[in-house]
Design a protein around this ligand. Structure first.
Ligand code: B12
Length: 216
């Protein structure tokens, strides 16, 4: 199976709402040598973006979108046997959270998974993490990196507030702060203007840039 075929067949399966067919496509692709990074960026990510476009065009319902998201989350989780096969990760620690009221969590999860593959130790908190609680965890665990995600622009002020709160709570000792997600896609200078140290367009680029910036 080629990557193009995998993408097409996976999208058809989630549109049909068949978890079984979707898992079958992923298993076959994996057997044919398509790795986790390719599955994430070449199959799941474009499929979810197509789902968003179809939803926006009123060609599918919110229920269809929820089903596609649930299937994709399950498909990712099934790959964890591969991902976490090695012992405990000894690499740099990263805490990942969706900024405060943000609910789009799949992209951030991909960042964590790709970094886990590269030996990082990641703590994925997912959607809607209250700022105060995130800051408390960051102070306690002292990660090398905090990764914040926002998909829609109304959440950008919450990203800024989170960054400010972390820097205020840990003067001179704040971790590297990375931000990203769809809300940053069209404005290369936005991350810096919000006070972040780094941004990236996708999970593979994020892993590469973080590796350059964090050496342990
Ligand atoms: C699934 C989905 C949802 C689900 C999310 C469920 C979940 N558990 O994640 C639910 C139903 C909750 C949802 C809700 C909403 N959604 Co929605 N959603 C989507 C959809 C279809 C897919 C998102 C996704 O998983 N994408 C795939 C991932 C892999 O891509 P990604 O997020 O971009 O992540 C990559 C990069 O951005 C980057 N990245 C991401 N985070 C980070 C962090 C760091 C630190 C770095 C470096 C990089 C990075 O790396 C990732 C991996 O490569 C998108 C369509 C789309 N184009 O994405 C719409 C979309 C984002 N949603 C949209 C909207 C409008 C909404 C709502 C406002 C709808 C409503 N009226 O309620 C709400 C807002 C909810 C909220 N408070 O956040 C619009 C946004 C339009 C806009 N103008 O910005 C979109 C684009 C759909 C559309 N075309 O209209 N949504």
């Amino acid at each position: 199976m080629t990557l193009d075929e995998a993408r097409e067949r996976y999208l058809a399966a989630v549109l049909e709402g068949s978890r079984r067919t979707a898992f079958g496509v992923v298993d076959e692709a994996f057997r044919d040598g398509i790795g986790l990074r390719e599955l994430y960026l070449g199959v799941f990510q474009p499929a979810m973006r197509d789902i968003g476009r179809l939803w926006q065009e009123n060609r599918i319902t919110v229920a269809d979108e929820h089903l596609a998201t649930a299937i994709t989350q399950a498909a990712m989780a099934r790959l964890y046997d591969e991902l976490f096969r090695g012992g405990g990760a000894a690499g740099p620690l990263l805490i990942a959270a969706c900024a405060d009221t943000e609910r789009h969590e799949l992209g951030l999860r991909m960042i964590c998974d790709v970094l886990e593959m590269e030996g990082w130790d990641t703590v994925f908190l997912g959607a809607t993490v209250p700022i105060e609680d995130l800051v408390a965890m960051v102070r306690e665990r002292r990660p090398h990196v905090v990764a914040l995600s926002a998909s829609i622009s109304p959440h950008l002020p919450r990203v800024r507030a989170t960054i400010d709160a972390i820097r205020e709570a840990m003067p001179g000792a704040a971790p590297l702060i990375a931000v990203g997600g769809r809300a940053f896609a069209d404005d290369p200078g936005l991350a810096e203007r919000l006070g972040a140290d780094l941004t990236a367009a996708d999970a593979v680029q994020a892993a590469r840039l973080l590796k350059e910036r964090v050496s342990v």
